[in-house]
Ligand binder design. Structure first.
Ligand code: NAD
Ligand code: AHE
Ligand code: ZN
Length: 375
């Protein structure tokens, strides 16, 4: 039997559509360019649920999901130069190697240096550090696997952050906060005085709203089928709310009228391809831009009449809010610590790892914005 460096406790996605199973797992130590992180907290993002459900064409099992974590470096592998034991870090599902063709092109944040192995649930050397106590391999997820008390993460996929920031809040910067605010600031580059529509007022959409307020938008329309999201969205800057189930007639026409000709910017934070079409068509003729944030299930496709684009609307997308993690994430942590952005009210529930499935239940029922697991 192999000699494993340590055991840790993890929530394992054993099979698509089944609850996570909490168990002890083996974890091998960090190899060349890798870092062992003790996770202190992790958020539960809708993308974790998307993959667990079986809707993700890249979904693999068994795996340790989770990509919205924060923790402390406990060991570094050979060749690691930018991090040391004791550093506080946020794992990055979009790494930043600062060397690949993508990192060297200012038009993208999509570092591709380890994308292929990451998509296969493996470390860059093509192997997994996790296994069951019986020795069967367990896959990594998005290069992060934050649903484990300890995880091994590539050095280029860790942002070093200040040590006075609370883990159970800044973990959310590992995905939701950065994705939502970044979609506004980095991807759309929203101008002061803009009109915007945000579809889906969940953990991502609320951060789009917060980003729009930061950018100085004049009108921020929120659209959601769950009216319980109104209070929180209003608190973060929503100026108008639309519940599509209460609109008589055509939703696009309604939204175009509400925004006096269409929005300068629209954002999909639902993952529903029908909503994505509405978002595109509610963008202003001549210049409106629609940004897709939501992740759609395997096989789903978007469609619209090409005339919508011919007449000046553009359809775009964003991953991790266009942020370059090692550079941008520490700055967003500063924004939080300086009171420039708010995180605390959006973390509506916290729980221990043993209760992580309750976090998924709260997401399904629409009761939570963000659930955070505290180790
Ligand atoms: P969430 O479950 O917290 O929020 C989704 C919201 O959409 C809910 O409030 C729900 O009521 C609303 N909604 C659902 N169907 C709707 C409809 N037909 N019309 C209007 N509103 C509707 O999820 P989240 O964590 O905010 O994630 C949102 C989406 O963003 C997911 O698809 C997720 O996978 C994706 N995501 C993408 C990125 C990225 O980098 N591109 C990052 C994080 C999350
Ligand atoms: N694997 C899926 C797509 C999943 C996806 O789009 N992931 C986003 C991040 S969602 C975070 O909550 C992303 O960063 N995508 C860019 C990338 O390279 O994965 C599929 O459809 O295959
Ligand atoms: Zn996410």
């Amino acid at each position: 039997k192999e000699d494993h460096n340590m055991r840790t406790r993890a929530a394992v996605a054993v099979e698509a559509g089944k609850p996570l199973e909490i168990m002890d797992v083996n974890l091998d130590g960090p190899r060349e360019g890798e870092v062992l992180v003790e996770m202190k907290a992790t958020g539960i993002c809708h993308t974790d649920e998307f993959t667990l459900s079986g809707a993700d064409p890249e979904g693999l099992f068994p795996a340790i999901l989770g990509h919205e974590g924060a923790g402390v470096v406990v060991d570094v592998g050979p060749g690691v130069t930018t991090l040391k034991k004791g550093d506080h870090v946020i794992p990055l599902y979009t790494p930043e190697c600062r060397e690949c063709e993508y990192c060297l092109n200012p038009k993208t944040n999509l570092c591709q240096s380890i994308r292929s192995t990451q998509g296969q649930g493996l470390m860059p050397d093509g192997t997994s550090r996790f296994s069951t106590l019986d020795g069967d391999p367990i896959l990594h997820y998005m290069g992060c696997s934050t649903f484990a008390n300890h995880s091994v993460v590539p050095e280029i996929a860790l942002a070093k952050v200040r040590e006075d920031a609370p883990f159970e809040k800044i973990c959310y910067i590992g995905c939701g906060v950065t994705t939502g605010i970044g979609a506004v600031i980095n991807t759309a580059k929203v101008e002061i005085g803009s009109r915007a529509i945000v579809f889906g007022l969940g953990g991502i959409g609320l951060n789009v709203i917060q980003g729009l307020r930061l950018a100085g938008a004049d009108q921020i329309v929120g659209v959601d089928i769950n009216p319980s999201k109104v209070e929180m969205a209003t608190r973060f800057g929503m100026t108008d709310f639309v519940n599509p189930t209460e609109v008589d007639g055509d939703l696009v026409a309604y939204l175009v009228a509400l925004t006096k000709g269409g929005a300068d910017y629209t954002f999909d934070a639902t993952g529903n391809v029908g909503v994505m079409r509405t978002a595109l068509e509610a963008a202003h003729k001549g210049w409106g831009e629609s940004i897709i944030i939501g992740v759609a299930p395997a096989g789903a496709e978007i469609s619209t009449r090409p005339f919508q684009l011919v007449t000046g609307r553009s359809w775009r997308g964003t991953a991790f809010g266009g942020a370059r993690g090692r550079t941008d994430v520490p700055k967003i942590v500063d924004w939080y610590m300086d009171g420039k952005i708010e995180i605390d009210p959006m973390i509506t529930h916290t729980m221990g790892l043993d209760d992580i499935n309750k976090g998924f239940d709260l997401m399904h029922s629409g009761e939570s914005i963000r659930s955070v697991v505290i180790y």
